[in-house]
Design a protein around this ligand. Structure first.
Ligand code: SF4
Length: 351
């Protein structure tokens, strides 16, 4: 009988190496990749399509699947994931990362896929002690239990530091050929994968998920604090990824694009919002977020837009506002807002 495994594959160093180690033991690998909507590399891929030149950036899971010669199933996590981000049973990590709940959800879905295709186990590239929340011995145990994968979850990179799993006990896997890595360093993994001839993978440095990002977390907390009267939507969370955010009132924000790609991306969300842009000079696109602004609020938005355009050192800048209750465009002669006290009061930043 063929030994089959479902491997959670991000396309990064650890998951690729885990898949390779299993392949070397003759296991037939089926990759599964989850799109949470908060993945930094996916966001960069999306934004590259909006930047000048509209670059196509490769999908790392698909690239890894090709390198390994295995199929990859992509699973979009929708509303259910959003609910987990908003109300995680096991709480947040250092920012708004619900890593334990996130892993449980992914592994439950991986288990269902494994059952569907007759795979004996599920594997990940996790390393004991590599991440402070989800890769501690106690939390790894909780994740395994709550995902329903007790005994069927193999972590090839640190398997020798964990109790033997069913596939090892049943002789489907040779425990001696699994590894005993631990800790945050990635050098052993990098050296080993290079020996196996793989050098093209995204560098493991830096974050991989918006939910672990301090600035994103600050915007998220601001959104939650000001959304007691309404449901938070996926669009809300997408918009937190782009632009400079200014809170004008408990219910109203202004989002100002930081570069051409972000401005083009913001255009996608302009329906039902007021869109502002300087006229005659280069400057960002900005959108209001929330109920339609009053005249006074719209004038303040125009001053903020003027502050970030090429004519920001001029005494006044012409800024056009479109959308909202009036069908006609409004033209403001706006003085760029330079007052730092006001700016820092309005700006949504990390605490
Ligand atoms: S960093 Fe945490 S929340 Fe983000 S994808 Fe990874 S496990 Fe999930």
């Amino acid at each position: 009988m063929v030994t089959k495994a479902v491997v959670l594959l991000s396309g990064g160093l650890d998951s690729t190496l885990a898949a390779l180690l299993l392949q070397e033991q003759g296991v037939e690998i089926h990759g599964i990749h989850f799109s949470t909507g908060f993945c930094l590399s996916e966001h960069k891929r999306t934004m590259a399509l909006f930047e000048p030149g509209q670059r196509q950036v490769r999908s790392e899971p698909q690239r890894a699947g090709k390198d390994l010669g295995i199929p990859i199933k992509n699973v979009e996590l929708g509303e259910e994931y959003l609910e987990t981000v908003l109300h995680p049973k096991h709480g947040y990590g250092a920012n708004i990362n619900p890593c334990i709940d996130c892993r449980i959800m992914m592994l439950r879905k991986a288990k269902a896929y494994a059952d569907e295709i007759g795979a004996q186990f599920v594997a990940t590239g996790e390393v004991l002690g590599q991440r402070p929340m989800s890769q501690r011995r106690d939390t790894m145990r909780v994740i395994e239990k709550e995902s329903g994968l007790e005994g069927r979850l193999v972590r090839p990179l640190c398997a020798k530091r964990l109790p033997p799993t069913e596939p090892e006990k049943q002789g489907l896997l040779d425990r001696e050929r699994l590894l005993d890595f631990c800790g945050r360093g990635r050098r052993p993994q990098m050296e080993l994968i290079a020996q196996k001839g793989i050098t093209d993978y995204p560098l493991p440095a830096g974050g991989c998920c918006f939910l672990t990002d301090r600035s994103y977390a600050a915007r998220f907390r601001d959104l939650v604090a000001h959304s007691t009267e309404r449901k938070i939507t996926r669009d809300d969370l997408v918009l937190l990824k782009v632009g400079r955010h200014f809170r004008l009132s408990p219910v109203l924000k202004l989002i100002v694009g930081r570069d051409e790609g972000e401005c083009r991306f913001l255009e996608l969300f302009s329906a039902g919002r007021v869109r502002l842009e300087a006229v005659e000079v280069l400057g960002p696109v900005a959108l209001t977020d929330g109920p339609l602004p009053s005249g006074e609020e719209e004038a303040l938005c125009a001053r903020l837009v003027a502050r970030f355009c090429d004519a920001k050192h001029e005494p006044v800048v012409a800024v056009e506002a479109r959308g909202g209750a009036a069908t006609e465009a409004r033209l403001y002669k706006a003085a760029p807002l330079w007052d730092e006290t006001t700016m820092s009061r309005l700006r949504v930043l990390e605490e």
